[in-house]
Design a binder for this molecule. Structure first.
Ligand code: G3P
Ligand code: CA
Length: 276
């Protein structure tokens, strides 16, 4: 059990916080309702990781938008999935070899459809400022081995906006790089962190207990999700968000397994979604 959870548990056992549990020292959102996460925004309907895709996620009433963060040559934080520009923009080469000014000239929409020509690669700050309070934000730190110190920069961006306090905003930080998340937990003790898991060997009881020392969420590939995995994660008082749903028929097995959230390119595939 991690410090956040131990503090909560001991206050609970002393009868001090009672029903305040879910909005003081956060573990994970214990809501019965499955949460819908718009993956890279509603990226089935708009170019991934653009303001258009994030706005579409909000319009579709997703509980969270998921965003991928990388770092430019001049140390700025930008929202793009790949370590290179080639697939989703009209640029080429590594993000880390280009300045923010260079990257901001690029078209990040035309690869998806001419309708989105002129969409830019957003900055992290721009996304936080535009979408805080409108939806939760699941921030993924990509390829952190390329970007020493990126954890501190992300922490600073959240602190500057007072978004690092318990449940001020629905913010979760996740990564495939577990050491980065351990660091993030120390930098921002009140912001929940998630571990992105693609190996079954990271879902044993022993591993989950180890992870629960610093993580609030285990976020596995949907192919690894079973009722038993969900139970084991919950036993360690962590939440579970499964990725990535791209077909309608992929939803029900995850609902049956009782995951806490479904990460999807198509928020409307999740029956709980609240779009009018
Ligand atoms: O949020 C989960 C998912 O985004 C992890 O994979 O490659 O789409 O960033 P990827
Ligand atoms: Ca991602």
């Amino acid at each position: 059990m991690n410090v956040k959870k131990m503090a909560t548990a001991s206050l609970l056992s002393m009868g001090i916080i009672g029903s305040m549990f879910t909005n003081t020292i956060t573990a994970y959102d214990h809501s019965d309702q499955v949460q819908t996460v718009a993956h890279r925004g509603a990226s089935g309907y708009a170019p991934e990781n653009t303001m258009a895709a994030f706005q579409k996620g909000v319009d579709m009433k997703a509980d969270y938008i998921e965003i991928d963060v990388q770092q430019t040559k001049d140390g700025e934080l930008v929202v793009i999935h790949d370590v290179t520009l080639d697939r989703t923009t009209n640029g080429t080469g590594y993000v880390k070899n280009h300045t923010l000014e260079e990257i901001r000239q690029l078209d990040a929409g035309s690869y998806f459809s001419p309708e989105f020509a002129g969409e830019k690669v957003p900055t992290l700050e721009e996304v936080l400022d535009e979408f805080r309070g409108k939806t939760g934000i699941l921030i993924e730190l990509k390829a952190t081995y390329h970007y020493p110190g990126i954890e501190e920069k992300v922490a600073e961006a959240l602190k500057e906006r007072n978004m690092h306090k318990p449940n001020n905003d629905k913010i979760i930080v996740q990564s495939f790089q577990f050491e980065s998340m351990k660091k993030m937990d120390k930098l921002l003790p009140n912001v929940p962190v998630g571990l992105l898991v693609y190996l079954a060997t990271d879902l044993t009881e022993a591993k989950l207990e180890e992870f629960s020392a610093y993580a609030e969420y285990i976020n596995p590939s949907k192919s690894l999700v079973t009722s038993s995995v969900v139970e084991k994660v919950h036993e360690q008082d962590m939440g579970i968000m499964a990725w990535t749903v791209r077909k309608p028929e992929e939803v029900q097995p995850l609902l049956d397994a009782e995951v806490d959230a479904i990460i999807t390119d198509y928020p409307d595939y999740v029956p709980s979604h609240k779009e009018d």
